[in-house]
Design a protein around this ligand. Structure first.
Ligand SMILES: [Zn+2]
Length: 152
């Protein structure tokens, strides 16, 4: 039994560097996340097959917020008392689709602004017996074409 596994199988890889897995329509090139393996989300396309492909590891913050209240189960708080965490909706560099995720450990809403560049990381979400469950998160990239958040 591996010591660390994705919290959801088939949505992202945990190799270094990690990547989200999405669907790409072989007929029209439309992307989706999470990957379904079937039916193209493009209403103008009647393809019923989607290839599973790794998605861009970088993107820009489209919107963000923080979870000031503890989410209900199955959420398991990694800290007691509960510590608020930030959530970012990120538009992927190449695919231009928006994917929601927690913000990397150690970063909060003060580290984010709309348009800020972020990259995908995989971090521990919770422990389940002997296993660590991993989840994807967005980590701010400092100084990578970021012209707004200077000199904080
Ligand atoms: Zn299509």
């Amino acid at each position: 039994m591996p010591a660390a596994v994705p919290v959801i199988e088939g949505w992202f890889t945990v190799d270094e560097p990690p990547a989200l897995l999405g669907g790409r329509c072989p007929a029209c090139g439309t992307y989706q996340f999470p990957p379904t393996g079937t039916w193209c989300p493009n209403p103008g396309c009647d393809s019923d097959q989607m290839a599973t492909v790794p998605l861009s590891r970088t993107g820009r913050v489209w919107s963000y917020t923080d979870a000031q209240y503890q989410p209900p189960a199955p959420y398991v708080s990694p800290s007691d008392p509960y510590r608020p965490f930030a959530i970012a909706a990120v538009s992927l560099e190449k695919e231009q689709i928006v994917i929601l995720g927690q913000v990397a450990d150690g970063f909060g809403v003060g580290d984010l602004h709309v348009g800020a560049p972020v990259e995908l990381v995989v971090e521990p979400l919770e422990r389940d017996g002997e296993q660590t469950k991993l989840v994807w998160r967005w980590r701010p990239i400092s100084g990578a074409g970021d012209h707004e958040g200077e000199a904080r």
